[in-house]
Every structure is written in structure tokens, then in C-alpha cells.
Design a protein around this ligand. Structure first.
Ligand code: GDD
Ligand code: GTP
Length: 430
């Protein structure tokens, strides 16, 4: 029997995702029509003999409750949210909830970072891990990155013949390897002995340092990368499976547009019903839909005028209204948003309940991986560059923003509940 744990962090994480994470926990932000971590759940439920999915984080349980209920109803699998009392790190929560994870005697469990997106090769990982049975405590999913970008990730040095991880460094300051940690693992149940050893050592340090600057809570914080993988590398019990499948981090709003495109493309192979079709005729019993170019997701409750043109790579969420003559490309329009007649939305995210007036133009700069560099990943820059200037980014409207008619909004980020009165370019509008 197998289980899976999805690490979602809490309100203090995902800051680069603001303002979109201000009104919804980042792991629930919809990408290609599904909350971000529902894609993880869909990958997990395809694994034979997977009996339970535990979502682990320090968001208040009330913020995840509805989602968990929806998931249980949809996939008929046990899914629970476990709330850490404080941020326990990427392995502290696994150790804290060890009894929940071990109950039912799973032989192994997957651990998935909630802030990555991928065509997850979980079944392949399982087969690989089983092959190493007895020797592998952890199998890490790894992929190739560019030399320069690799240093923003966990870096893996691997024995090419045995796939053993001989050396692991978390976000090194100088180049180590172009093989990076994808934040997706399968762990044997014996890994808890290693967690326990780290935990006990921490406790000891804390009591030896009584009156020092620790506060007791820190003793429970364990990082999978630095406290577990780094010391275990080279001891013959960590392996890595390299994949060439699509994979990316989902740190910035710009990467949500990128992830949206790839998840939509994946629907071609197993969920074509989620892709909107522009070729429906009255004979097929449906009204003719709008003009669709490439991959588009339209929630069944959204209203799209038949003279609007959507795509490629567009998601229109629940209850959104797209008016006549509107053009949307490479964008996500969130629930309840209204895009009025003849407006254009390009490389942007229109927040929940926002309203774009008529003949307006909302446009951002795409931030895709460099197509000229093999293995390049998303850059995930912070909002400002080192001179304090705004980095070019997609345009983001927070929730309930009003963009008046006939204005242009270019490379800007608008915080929630703002009523704009004019055009803006390269600005953060507070
Ligand atoms: N439950 C819980 N509690 N989850 C946490 C906590 C915590 O205290 N801290 C972080 N997480 C979750 C985050 O929500 C995220 O999904 C994941 O764990 C990774 O956390 P980060 O701390 O943001 O690490 P990172 O994304 O910069 O780097 C990690 O992922 C990279 C791949 O995306 C590392 O594992 C790198 O080695 C790896 O390359
Ligand atoms: P807030 O910070 O939210 O108040 O707005 P803002 O700084 O973004 O200013 P905005 O772009 O809305 O307007 C710029 C300036 O023009 C402000 O000083 C407003 O008071 C003024 N303004 C805005 N709309 C009108 C208007 O319809 N008539 C007049 N006379 N002034 C206006």
C-alpha cells in the first residue's frame, strides 16, 4: 500500500505570488481549470494501490476544508489536510505526523512540493524505487537545468551507472551540477528513523543550549533537503530518477501562465473533454461557441459571447463573463471576472470579480524560459530588480479591480479592490 503527502506551506510562503495569493491560498490558485494541487492529486490517484493523500501545511484548516471535501467526492480516495502548528520545514511536518503517515503500514510514500507543476512520472518513480528495494530510502525526481539556473535549486551529483546520489547541495553558491531536485520524492517507510535521529539531535542541542536563543519550536523544524538529503547523499541510500518530462516551479504569477499552457497541452493526451472546442455546430445540440484558437479551458458556468476569440492557452474560470468581440490570449480570467466588449487581455491574469471595461487593453510581458537555451527553466524573478525598478512581468489584476473603458494597462500589477481611472505602464498600483 502507498500514500502521498503534498507539502503546501502556509500564508508566509508564496509571497512572490502576491497579490493573487491575498484572497486565496496559493495552492488553490486555479491553473488550467483546476486548483494548483489538484493536478498533484490527479497524478497520485493514477498510482495503483495508493490509499491516502495527506495535504500538509500551516494554513488554517478552514481554508482547505471545502477543497478537501470536493476532492474526496471527486476522486473517491482518502484525502486529509493536516495542519502544522507552525512552519515545521519540509520534513518537520512529515515527522510530526509520522503516525498518520505510517498508519495502515504503507511500504512507501510520495512527497510532492505543492509549488511545482509537471507531467509527474510517479508510476515510473515507483518502479524505479522498487528496483532499488532495500537500498533506497529516498528516490528524488531530477531534471536537467542550465548551469546558471541550477544554483537556485537543490543540486544532485549522481553516479551515472547506479543512479545513486553521491553528493547533494541545496542552492549552492557556486556551480555543483546541472541535475536539480524537482521537489518530488518517494520515500521508504524506514526514512522515519533518519527523521527521528535529526529530531533527537535537535532536541539535544536545544536543551544543551538552555537559555540560548532557541525557543523550543525551532527544535521541531527539519528540512528534508539540508537535514536529511545532504547527510544521506553518498551513503548508498539516496537515488535519483532523471526525467525529461515537462517540469517547472510555480513561484510567480508569471509561472502560472506558463503552467497553464503546459497543463492544457497535457489534457490532449488524457482529458480532451476539458478543452473547449470552437467547431461545435447547432446540429451537435449546442450553441455555436466562440472562436477558439489552440488550447482553451472554459468553465461550464462561464459565459463567453460567440463573437469573442479565445486562445491559445487561456483559462476562463467559473462565472466569468467574456463580452462580444473580446480577445484573450495566454491569460487566466478568474471566477466572476467580467471582460467587457471589444477589450483585449494578453499575458495577464484577471483577478476574481474584476471588471475590465469596454475597448480596454490589458497586456503583460511573457516570462517564458529562454527558448534558445536547452533545459532553461522559468526565471521566477522577484517583483523588483536590484535598482529597485519593477521587473517586466505579466499584468496582474488582484481581486475586484475595476479597469475603466478605453484605457491601456501595460506590465502592471494592481492590488485588490482598486478602481483605476486612467492608463498605467510598468507600475504597481496600490
Ligand atoms: N507543510 C509545510 N511546512 N510545507 C512547507 C514548509 C513547512 O514548514 N516549508 C516549505 N513547505 C513547502 C512549500 O509550500 C513548497 O511546496 C515546498 O515545501 C518547498 O518549499 P521551499 O522552502 O519554498 O523550497 P524551494 O521551492 O525554494 O526549494 C525546494 O524545491 C525545489 C524544487 O522546486 C527544494 O527542495 C529544492 O531543492 C528544489 O530544487
Ligand atoms: P488614489 O491614490 O486611490 O486616491 O488615486 P491615484 O493616486 O491613483 O489617483 P488617480 O489616478 O485616481 O487620479 C490622479 C489625480 O487626479 C488625483 O489627484 C485625483 O484626485 C484626480 N482625479 C481623479 N479623477 C478626477 C476627476 O474625475 N476629476 C478631477 N478634477 N480630478 C480627478
Amino acid at each position: 500500500m502507498l500514500k502521498a503527502v503534498i507539502l503546501i506551506g502556509g500564508p508566509l510562503k508564496g509571497t512572490r505570488f502576491r497579490p493573487l495569493s491575498l484572497d486565496i491560498p496559493k495552492p488553490l490558485f486555479p491553473v488550467a481549470g483546476l486548483p494548483m494541487i489538484q493536478h498533484h492529486i490527479e497524478a497520485c490517484v493514477k498510482i495503483p494501490n495508493l490509499k491516502e493523500i495527506l495535504v500538509l501545511g500551516y494554513y488554517p484548516a478552514s481554508e482547505l476544508a471545502q477543497f478537501v471535501t470536493d476532492m474526496v467526492n471527486e476522486y473517491k480516495v482518502n484525502i486529509r489536510y493536516l495542519q502544522e502548528f507552525t512552519a515545521l520545514g519540509t520534513a518537520g511536518g512529515l515527522y510530526h505526523f509520522r503516525d498518520q503517515i505510517r498508519s495502515g503500514n504503507p511500504e512507501a510514500f510520495f512527497v510532492l512540493n505543492g509549488d511545482v507543476c509537471a507531467d509527474f512520472p510517479l508510476v515510473e518513480m515507483l518502479d524505479f524505487h522498487k528496483e532499488k528495494k532495500g537500498s533506497s530510502l529516498v528516490t528524488i525526481m531530477t531534471t536537467e537545468a542550465t548551469r546558471q539556473q541550477s544554483m537556485h535549486y537543490g543540486c544532485i551529483v549522481q553516479d551515472r551507472d547506479t543512479s545513486e546520489v553521491t553528493h547533494y547541495v541545496e542552492k549552492p553558491s557556486t556551480f555543483v551540477s546541472t541535475l536539480i531536485n524537482c521537489g518530488v520524492y518517494i520515500c521508504s517507510i524506514e526514512i522515519f528513523q533518519t527523521f527521528a535521529a535529526v529530531f533527537n539531535m535537535r532536541q539535544q542541542e536545544y536543551y544543551n543550549d538552555a537559555g540560548g536563543n532557541g525557543n523550543g519550536k525551532e527544535a521541531a523544524v527539519i528540512y528534508l533537503e539540508t537535514d536529511v538529503l545532504m547527510p544521506l547523499a553518498g551513503t548508498g541510500c539516496v537515488f535519483a530518477l532523471q526525467t525529461s518530462n515537462w517540469w517547472s516551479q510555480l513561484k510567480t504569477a508569471g509561472s502560472a501562465i506558463y503552467a497553464n499552457r503546459h497543463y492544457l497541452a497535457l489534457y490532449h493526451s488524457w482529458h480532451t473533454d476539458r478543452l473547449a472546442r470552437g467547431d461545435l455546430t447547432a446540429e451537435e445540440g449546442k450553441e455555436k461557441s466562440c472562436n477558439i484558437i489552440g488550447d482553451v479551458y472554459i468553465h461550464p458556468t462561464a459565459t463567453v459571447h460567440n463573437t469573442a476569440t479565445l486562445g491559445p492557452n487561456v483559462s476562463i474560470e467559473a462565472g466569468a463573463v467574456i463580452g462580444p468581440g473580446v480577445r484573450v490570449r495566454e491569460s487566466i480570467v478568474l471566477s466572476g471576472a467580467i471582460v467587457s466588449d471589444h477589450s483585449l487581455v494578453l499575458h495577464s491574469i484577471v483577478g476574481r470579480g474584476s471588471h475590465v471595461g469596454q475597448w480596454a487593453r490589458v497586456e503583460g510581458t511573457p516570462c517564458d524560459p529562454n527558448p534558445n537555451k536547452p533545459f532553461a527553466k522559468m526565471e521566477n524573478p522577484s517583483l523588483f530588480n536590484s535598482d529597485g525598478r519593477l521587473n517586466p512581468s505579466i499584468t496582474i489584476l488582484g481581486c475586484n479591480v475595476t479597469v475603466p473603458s478605453e484605457v491601456i494597462l501595460l506590465n502592471s500589477i494592481v492590488l485588490p479592490h482598486k478602481e483605476l481611472t486612467r492608463s498605467f505602464k510598468n507600475e504597481i498600483i496600490l
